[in-house]
Ligand binder design. Structure first.
Ligand code: 173
Length: 322
């Protein structure tokens, strides 16, 4: 009797042994809401490669691709429902899930500080409840948005102009009189080429990635808000990871976030590159520039507060903390 139990246990161990190492390794499917050849997407592709080198036996990332795999505005839902596990995305692309998603453009302190002062905890609470997402890391910051335009502009008045937007810019550009048209980044070039739009909103960096510089005459200064691009994960999948896998993935995501100091240098390079490409700067006088920046902030917050009476005030109080 005893012997039989022993034999059975030994057999079970022998069968299980070759699988033991594998049982601890899991593979996450990842997509990017930004185009495949954008600087943002290339950065996470490089990141995934490093994760895979260091994560043998723990965790691997299968980078599926960009909007060719899942269209930009559908990536949020794909993460929420678990069609993919992990995505590089910005809240403006998944306001269809919950309107608070677009509020992160309004943060004012570095993400490192947001981790200490409770902001990331609040974001995780909202993202978890409303989007079934775990907010892993903000991987772009220090990238203000700008208006790029092909007609000269004496003052901040966009009456009669058609501007490509994402939800980021809607309230602000409409308050300046613009007619707006929402497109994914992948459709901006064609819209410019066909003259469907007179301009577009985009951060200070990245307009060369898809050759928009060929169709851009002016950049309007100053910039406004701060572009948010983050790694988000399906919450159920996150909870199912082992503690070791969660610790490993968090550490890797935070390592990428901690390299956000690159963005300031990127801004300087991109400004130089725009100038060299013949893109002229439209600068308002000091008082008008101040009014322009204030209007961006005002309309941005008004939009968030109106869309989310529940979380808007909490986000605002939190974002105003030093
Ligand atoms: O499409 C956009 O202009 C947009 O919303 C965005 C957000 C973050 C980074 C770059 C673009």
């Amino acid at each position: 009797m005893l012997r039989r139990t022993f034999v059975r246990a030994a057999l079970a161990a022998a069968v299980a042994a070759p699988f033991a190492a594998h049982a601890q390794e899991t593979t996450l499917r990842m997509v990017s809401a930004f185009p495949e050849n954008s600087f943002y997407a290339k950065r996470i592709e490089d990141w995934a490669r490093r994760v895979n080198e260091e994560g043998k036996g723990i965790l691997q990332i299968n980078y599926i691709g960009g909007p060719k795999a899942i269209p930009t505005f559908e990536v949020g839902n794909a993460v929420k429902t678990g069609v993919v596990d992990l995505a590089l995305n910005t809240g403006a692309f998944y306001t269809n899930l919950f309107p608070e998603a677009d509020a992160l453009k309004l943060t004012q302190v570095p993400v490192a500080r947001q981790r200490e002062n409770g902001t990331i905890a609040l974001i995780n609470e909202i993202w978890g409840r409303k989007g079934n997402m775990h907010y892993l890391a903000r991987v772009v910051e220090n990238q203000p948005f700008h208006l790029y335009i092909n007609k000269p502009l004496a003052k901040p008045d966009l009456t009669g102009m058609k501007i490509r937007i994402s939800p980021v810019y809607r309230d602000f550009f409409q308050s300046l009189g613009a007619t707006v048209v929402t497109t994914a980044p992948g459709e901006v070039y064609t819209a410019l080429e066909r003259g469907v739009v007179d301009g577009y909103g985009w951060p200070i960096g990245g307009i060369f990635d898809l050759n928009w510089h060929e169709k851009t005459k002016f950049r309007v200064d100053p910039g406004f808000y701060d572009a948010e691009v983050s790694l988000v994960m399906n919450l159920d999948r996150w909870k199912k990871l082992t503690p070791a896998q969660r610790e490993f993935l968090s550490r890797q995501a935070l390592a990428l976030e901690s390299r956000n100091s690159i963005w300031a240098a990127y801004t300087a390079e991109e400004i130089k590159r725009q100038t060299a490409a013949g893109i002229q700067t439209i600068k308002f006088d000091d008082a008008t520039a101040k009014m322009y920046a204030a209007k961006a902030k005002e309309t941005g917050w008004a939009g968030v507060l109106k869309a989310s009476p529940e979380w808007g005030p909490k986000l605002k109080a939190q974002f105003e903390k030093p």
